[in-house]
Design a binder for this molecule. Structure first.
Ligand code: MG
Length: 250
């Protein structure tokens, strides 16, 4: 049995550990279980590793999967190296590709906020779409919460470009099929071997079901009473260690 485990609201509750996550991760490490910590955050894996270390969870950097890892996996499989990236310098440096704004093989949308993208930049991407250059995005979210206020996220700009280009932009974040498939490739596992643990039925659980993994909805983070009714196939966990009490053959 292998695991894909969500980060925020699952292993972590803000900057603190959540439920028995420390005990559970120690259990997995001590018994050499294979797992990935899968997040939609595009913070660098080393920052995520450090955040977990601060609460007493030790994981190798290779166990952190974020949209940038998945994008790198995709570039490698497709043999793509010339890229056009919308994102901050720190994010661009994480992409395993050569920046080639004139003749890219693919456009990668990461962050529009920190780079303060303007009309000309959007037009530049649109021109590439018109030339038939494929586009992928690290996020399908239209907004996120910043100090309690809704602010535009990359997904909104991806929607704009999809409308203008009359095409669909694949999302490399949960719940996308491609994202979970990248996770299975990294784990070298078939979907039936993998349990996905997460607090969000719309992203973690729906995504898990789509690829055929066994989903486990943990009652913390984004979970609200009754969420399990939306995903009756998922096992419901009050604590992480409960996952071992459920009959996994069912
Ligand atoms: Mg979560």
């Amino acid at each position: 049995m292998k695991f894909i485990i969500d980060l925020d609201g699952t292993l972590l509750n803000g900057d603190q550990s959540n439920l028995d996550s420390v005990e559970f991760m120690k259990y997995l490490n001590d018994r050499n279980f294979d797992y990935l910590v899968m997040t939609n955050s595009i913070k660098s894996p080393s920052l995520i590793q450090e955040k977990l270390k601060n609460v007493g969870i030790d994981i190798g950097i290779d166990k952190v999967m974020n949209p940038i890892n998945a994008i790198n996996c995709y570039l490698k499989i497709r043999g793509l190296s010339n890229v056009f990236v919308v994102g901050s310098q720190m994010e661009i440096e994480q992409i395993d590709g050569v920046i080639n704004n004139e003749n890219p093989e693919i456009v990668i949308l990461l962050d529009f906020e920190k780079t303060n993208v303007n009309y000309n930049k959007l037009q530049e991407v649109f021109s590439l779409i018109c030339k038939g250059i494929p586009v992928i995005t690290a996020s399908g979210s239209n907004y996120y919460l910043k100090n309690g206020q809704k602010v535009l996220d990359t997904g909104s700009f991806a929607c704009l470009l999809e409308t203008a280009g009359e095409m669909t932009i694949p999302v490399f974040g949960k719940p996308s099929y491609e994202y979970f498939m990248s996770g299975l490739r990294l784990l070298n596992a078939s979907s039936r071997e993998v349990i996905v643990i997460g607090d969000d039925w719309k992203t973690d659980i729906k995504g898990a079901l789509e690829v055929g993994c066994k989903p486990a909805l943990i009652k913390s983070g984004k979970y609200v009473e009754g969420d399990e009714l939306n995903v009756p196939q998922a096992m419901c966990l009050e604590s992480f260690m409960d996952v071992f009490k459920v009959d996994l053959r069912s």
